[in-house]
Design a binder for this molecule. Structure first.
Ligand SMILES: C[S@@+](CC[C@H](N)C(=O)[O-])C[C@H]1O[C@@H](n2cnc3c(N)ncnc32)[C@H](O)[C@@H]1O
Length: 323
């Protein structure tokens, strides 16, 4: 495991490289993982409480209603590996239902926020071993050697999986299968396709919290990469991309302008956008097929009465091809 100072230096370099590459592309883009610095994590937590943002309350209700069945799927003595743990609010529901859970390993790219989450979970579950890992889950990383092979359960709530494109989703599901091992299980929250009158406001709320979350990325680039973006010259936009079955967030340039990042100058035409996040919406069969290709068998699909959201319960297929 890298020490914190080394990790932060590496993370700054990765951030800079992603920003320069993304702003140099023909269609400007920035990877959504960089939305989550301390301020971004705080703003995301405010988004989860908004009336328009149905995913959190819907998934929370599904977890509460089916927690006992999820505990059966996980089995006794489970080690819970949570990817993109954030504030870990939903985690408490699952941990509270599990039979004698052994360990909790929250993984997140936002290290300081992760420490706060780990401390809260330790207070709430004093007998549980809590071992946070600062890592980018779209890259290959290993779990601590001392973690027992039996009873590993991947937990990926929040429909964060929707932020990954098809290739990243396949690679992520394979990595989670490798982490969980041949007797492992997984619980994944997936947002479903639905009417745009519900989808679009969830990413463009009346209070403007999602806009602040999106624009915070430019503030973060200014703070951490010695850049000179004028965030008030960009506007938040949420739009539907049918081909990708995704709500996209963009930052729209309000005028002809330039921004310098670490000594490189980027030009923006009026109306030109920076694509900052995609949130893919699945149909249950499509997501199930992707999970199967990565070495998982679908055991349960728990959903809400309006079928807005689905929580998948998966079991590893014990085949050496997926180890
Ligand atoms: C949409 S929030 C979900 C938070 C929480 N799991 C929930 O259900 O409310 C996404 C979380 O994943 C983290 N994250 C996003 N991309 C990541 C990546 N590539 N690697 C690790 N963590 C990532 C963010 O820092 C954030 O905490």
């Amino acid at each position: 495991m890298l020490d914190t100072v080394h990790y932060k230096t590496r993370q700054r370099e990765a951030f800079r490289d992603d920003v320069v590459a993304g702003l140099s592309a023909a269609g400007k883009t920035l990877p959504s993982r960089w939305l989550y610095d301390d301020r971004g994590c705080e703003l995301f937590e405010r988004i989860t409480a908004l009336e328009e943002y149905y995913p959190t309350r819907t998934e929370t209700a599904i977890l509460r209603q089916h927690a006992a069945e999820m505990a059966e799927l996980c089995g006794p003595g489970a080690s819970l590996l949570e990817y993109g743990a954030g504030a870990g609010v939903k985690t408490e529901i699952l941990l509270g239902a599990l039979h004698s859970p052994r360990a909790y390993l929250p993984v997140d790219i936002a290290g300081d926020f992760l420490d706060l989450t780990a401390a809260r979970i330790r207070r709430r579950f004093p007998r549980l071993e809590v071992q946070p890992l600062v890592a980018d889950f779209t890259t290959d990383f290993d779990l601590p050697d001392e973690l027992p092979a039996a009873g590993r359960v991947g937990f990926f709530p929040g429909s964060t999986i929707g932020n990954l494109d098809a290739a990243e989703t396949a690679a992520f599901l394979r990595q989670m299968r490798r982490h969980a091992g041949r007797q492992g299980a997984a619980i994944i929250g997936v947002d479903l396709r639905k009417d745009l009158s519900i989808l679009l406001p969830a990413y463009d709320d009346l209070e403007g919290i999602t806009a602040e979350f999106n624009l915070n990325l430019l503030h973060r680039i200014n703070r951490e990469l010695d850049a000179d973006f004028a965030p008030d010259q960009f506007r938040h936009q949420a739009r539907w991309n049918e081909a990708e079955s995704a709500v996209e967030m963009h930052l729209v340039s309000q005028c002809a302008q330039t921004a310098a990042v670490d000594g490189q100058v980027f030009h923006f035409a009026p109306g030109e956008t920076i694509h900052t996040e995609s949130s893919r919406k699945y149909d249950p069969a499509g997501f199930g097929a992707a999970a199967q290709r990565a070495g998982w068998r679908v055991e349960h699909i728990w959903t809400d009465p309006a079928r807005r959201f689905a929580v998948f319960g998966l079991k590893a297929v014990p085949n050496r091809r997926f180890e």
